[in-house]
Design a protein around this ligand. Sequence first.
Ligand code: HEC
Length: 134
Amino acid sequence: MKKLFGVLFVSGLVALSAVAHSDDEIKARIAPVGSSCMSGDECAAAPAPAVAAGPKSGKDVYGSFCTTCHGAGVMGAPKFGDAADWSARAGKGLDTLYTHAINGFNAMPAKGMCAACSDDEIKGAVDYMVENSK
Ligand code: HEC
């Protein structure tokens, strides 16, 4: 009985230390998550560089949204850099292109799926594509 108790005791210690150990492991594993900055924390005082202040440039908007379809000409989208594709469009006048980009046009989704973009940012992206597709 004494021996059995000893075995139980030892295995109990082993179990305890295993628990303690895995606790530490878990803490170590979640540390990077727990140490990431939350807004309001001291470490979050400096604005994250990814959050650019002010309007996004036409190039940025193009690169984040429009290129998905216009980069390769998906679904008949006028292809970036393709003068023939764009000269036909440009004939409609820039204002029409702006309106179509903002409100959508056939398979062209409104604002090119950048719901958070301002009209001016979308216009900038149109300008960027037109300017670089001559
Ligand atoms: C989901 C794919 C897709 C995305 C994303 C997309 N476009 Fe388009 N876009 C199209 C397609 C398809 C057309 C061609 C529509 C047609 O002529 O029937 C088009 C056409 C256009 C035209 C020409 C409209 C005209 O009157 O001829 C402009 C300008 C345009 N897109 C701007 C943009 C801008 C700016 C963005 C990014 C903010 C964007 N697009 C993102 C698919 C897309």
